[in-house]
Ligand binder design. Sequence first.
Ligand code: HEM
Length: 405
Amino acid sequence: MAITDQTIDLLSPASFAAGQPHETYAWLRDNAPVYRHAEPDGGPGFWAVTRYADVKAIGRDPETFSSEPTVMIADDTAVEIGDHKMMLMADPPYHTRLRRIINHEFTPKSAARLSARIESLCSAIVDEVVERGECDFMTDVAGELPSYVIAELMGIPLDDGRRLYGLTEIIHAAPESVAPGAGMGAVIEMFNYAHDVAAEKRKRPAADLATKIVHAEVDGQRLDDIDFNLFFLLLVDAGGDTTRNLLGGGLVALFEHPAERARLQAGLGTLLPTAAEEMLRWVSPVIEMRRRATRPVELHGVAVAEGDKVVMYYGAANRDPRAFAAADQLDVGRHPNEHVAFGGGGPHFCLGAHIARVEIHAMLREVLTRLSDIEPAGPVEWLPSTFISGPKHLPVRFTPGARTK
Ligand code: HEM
């Protein structure tokens, strides 16, 4: 289909029904890199930014491009309660103070400390399917890992992690694809759960992230229940379906590129790190993040007014031929690969990036060695979301193998 101004609809889940709309992205990058996109229901509209250099520059300039009141396109998604703000939706210096509380738990060293535990979770997850010879890769494998990892980090039971993960899926779904009020209901359920966790960690402190947040102080003041709830929601939310979709979307990419898959499986020992980065570039599980212009600026000759919404399309930036050689080709050995799947390197750069990489490496290694002939067993169904991209269901089959324990 020829792309024209009339065919572009980045707010419709239908545009993402077969993965990200790469033809539309290419048209936008070439013809309207700062594109005025309408918003339904009387919203003011937004500027869609699709070139790599622009996405990077905007993400790194919080003074001009603010994350407040929200990083979602619709204004009613702002998560501000009184003068409390969620870290993801706050600007420096408030943001810096919040990030400092948990920064330490997310360094490469902290992530490396989790790796043995994450590897054993991966092998337990694959144990559950390996004898069956078939499964839904998304629900049975890819979705299990991040929910367990976040439960482990927060110090809550693994099964609760799974339940909370189900809530994040509802929160990220396009509103028209779930029952009316379901999104808000899921947030409330998450807050109620977080409230109980905070009470428990105050009573019985443990060596986990939840205990750390509950006892943290900002400017000499202890964080209160609302701050805790906002942290809890962000952490459960941010690390869940992003990692899951990377794993599922990455596997689909390997199915669609058999030569690259064979190359990776033959050289897993050396190619795993570059292959994981290439999957991040290719899949870009976070489709976009929004900012608000704090002053009038000009971008590619377009006048952006103070208060305008400016939306960075990471998936489009990651296929920009101005930044990547052979951008439309999957190359599991690509190097360098300065993708923006975790953000463009500004103050909100994905805090969980190191942990996500440990998860991705461990699960890819497990799947590509123990389910080595894994192949599609039916059509992929993609998530009905304009914010998070990845398969919802991915039926697969493989030669049954043996459990490790
Ligand atoms: C493949 C997996 C993941 C992807 C693609 C991803 C992507 C992103 C992106 C695009 C941002 C916003 C960056 C920006 O605005 O500059 C972000 C922020 C964030 N991510 Fe991730 N993420 C992933 C996994 C995780 C995991 C596993 C965790 C936690 C365990 C996590 C925690 C966070 C947090 C807390 C933020 C907010 C940081 C801030 O506001 O300062 N993410 N992530």
